[in-house]
Design a protein around this ligand. Structure first.
Ligand SMILES: [Zn+2]
Length: 191
């Protein structure tokens, strides 16, 4: 089976406001009964998280699928991972060409990911990075590239729900309102 996660990433949160927004969104989730207030050992990758609350059914499409684990809130500069395996390609924001990192047989294409790996390292260190597209030879902000299956998302605030069923569109819309209607992206993945 493995562990399955859904992460709601706030694309507009900044280093300065991520913690405050995260607290506000958590307060709303607690008030709605979707998660418990008291932190416990219930998530992967962090010492504590928030377990499903008494009204978790309100948030999900399938109320027969009980969530197993909790919510971890990541604040601060984070590369959020999605999908399974590896990022197959990235799409240039200027010319929409896909830069592939693997062959169809999933063999790595030598050197293809190097500029992207370097840009991700730079972004982690500084919060800003550019990548030059091999096709149109123009540089773009790393965070404006799209990845296959949203494999990478770059941001400062993310809500990782571990082993929860898929969320309803209404829940996601209400949740986004607590984040000042920021742009959000929902990333799925499996460990
Ligand atoms: Zn391009």
């Amino acid at each position: 089976m493995g562990d399955y996660f859904q992460t709601i990433v706030d694309l507009d949160a900044t280093a300065a406001d991520a913690a405050e927004l995260g607290d506000r969104a958590l307060d709303w989730l607690i008030r709605e009964g979707i998660v418990e207030a008291e932190p416990t050992d219930c998530v992967l990758g962090a010492p504590t998280g928030h377990e499903p609350g008494e009204a978790w059914e309100k948030a999900v499409l399938d109320p027969d699928w009980e969530p197993l684990d909790g919510l971890n809130i990541e604040t601060g500069r984070t590369v959020f991972l999605g999908g399974q395996g590896d990022g197959q390609y990235a799409i240039c924001p200027r010319c929409a060409t896909r830069t592939h990192f693997f062959t169809e047989a999933w063999d790595p294409i030598e050197g293809a990911s190097t500029p992207f790996d370097e840009a991700i390292e730079t972004w982690q260190a500084t919060g800003a990075a550019q990548v030059k597209c091999p096709s149109c030879v123009q540089a773009s902000d790393l965070t404006t590239w799209q990845w296959a299956n949203n494999y990478y998302t770059f941001g400062y605030l993310g809500f990782e729900f571990w082993n929860w069923p898929p969320f309803t569109p209404d829940f996601l819309a209400d949740f986004t309102r607590t984040l000042n209607n920021h742009r959000t992206i929902l990333v799925y993945g499996k460990l």
